[in-house]
Design a protein around this ligand. Sequence first.
Ligand code: GLN
Length: 500
Amino acid sequence: MNELITSSAAALADKLAAGEVSAVEVTQAHLDRISEVDGAVNAFLHVNTDEALQVAADVDKARAAGESLHTLAGVPIAIKDLIVTKGQPTTAGSKMLEGWMSPYDATVITRIRAARMPMLGKTNLDEFAMGSSTEHSAFGPTHNPWDLDRIPGGSGGGSAAAVAAFEAPLALGTDTGGSIRQPAAVTGSVGVKPTYGGVSRYGAIAMASSLDQIGPVSRTVLDAALLQEVIGGHDPRDSTSLPDPVGNLVEAARNGTVAGMRIGVIKELQGEGYEAGVLARFQESLELLKDAGAEIVEVSCPNFKYALGAYYLIMPSEASSNLAKYDGVRYGLRALPADGPMTIERVMGATRAAGFGEEVKRRIILGTYALSAGYYDAYYGSAQKVRTLIQRDFNAAFAQADVLISPTSPNTAFKLGEKLDDPLAMYLNDVATIPANMAGVPGISIPGGLADGLPVGIQFLAPVREDARLYRAGAALEGLLEQKWGGPLLASAPVLGGVK
Ligand code: GLN
């Protein structure tokens, strides 16, 4: 396999800076890989060949002219198709936006352009980011590179699969309840949900605004840190954006250590409902961390058991409001009623019936109901109170531990179709990731080994604005595990990833 596509982003950046390779060669190698494997993986909804090569050629020219460039200049990236991009279509995985071209760039895209990173294209997702398997995409599911009959997680299955199949060294995802971390877990990649407000949401198509966060997907912890430093920092266009950056992430990722760190094992995020293989890998990681000098403590977060239930009131409520704008009037799809009067209500009804898939409709109905007069206090109001209790659980846990740890997902990648008709089984995939979104705290998932040949993810959580701790602990565990395995986990992927 071409060494350029198996290199980390950091290694590519070094090779580019040393003049060992050109940005055009690096970009072309990834575009070739996409042509070779994406028919089977379906990670990409749009491949941005011409523009990516143009940006790469400009980087090479600038470097030759002696211009000073960003570290990641010329390192390609894939973008989840929930993030708006000028000059490339943005669909949100929905027929509602098929063929739509955004007239503006998201702030993260503006920053990627400023760093001069070639954008390889837009990646597949569950429609409007609602799902845990990418099977709710209107454009067909993405396949897990470890086993093409299995799901790549969701909603950001396209970004995770692209990185795991070596189609891109880096990708952007969005995480409302786990859509960066859970796909990373089941594909053996790294995914980070930054502190809420740490990365601008301007131009991320809103699902649930109080939970949504853009973040990096990569194959190494250091690469994720490099990318978060590109996209993070204050943005006046996002009213929830934090005023200053959240610490020196790259420095933390380069100096991974857990010596003297108090790591809190969340009692409630293990045991019943978690696959035995997942728990076995989790225990192994705990042993390694202990041997490396971490102090392992048990913490209890009793209200986490209500997190999933509260999430499925708050998230649909906010989504029902955010998705009201797809009405066939402003932009996107317009469908006309088959017969009868052509009133605006009937055009809206026909448009929303034709444009939205089943899962999106289910959540709009749920959210509209939860917000309706008479039910607001009982459902939405109660869920917000639960949210406060979850925040208090985190505060108490972080009084005892510097970071918290759990499996990222209770299970490994399941078969395509296995949970499609069972929404509750699908929702349970995020039982360990949702608490972080409810409290705005940052989380990382790193590969923790295999169970029955499929990747298991290990999640670290840190207090708000302490993203650097995630990178420090994540890099440490990554190093310990790779030492044990004799190399990165993805090097052993049997189907498409395998580089040995
Ligand atoms: N899987 C979760 C859901 O379906 C999370 C989605 C997300 O993070 N975008 O809501």
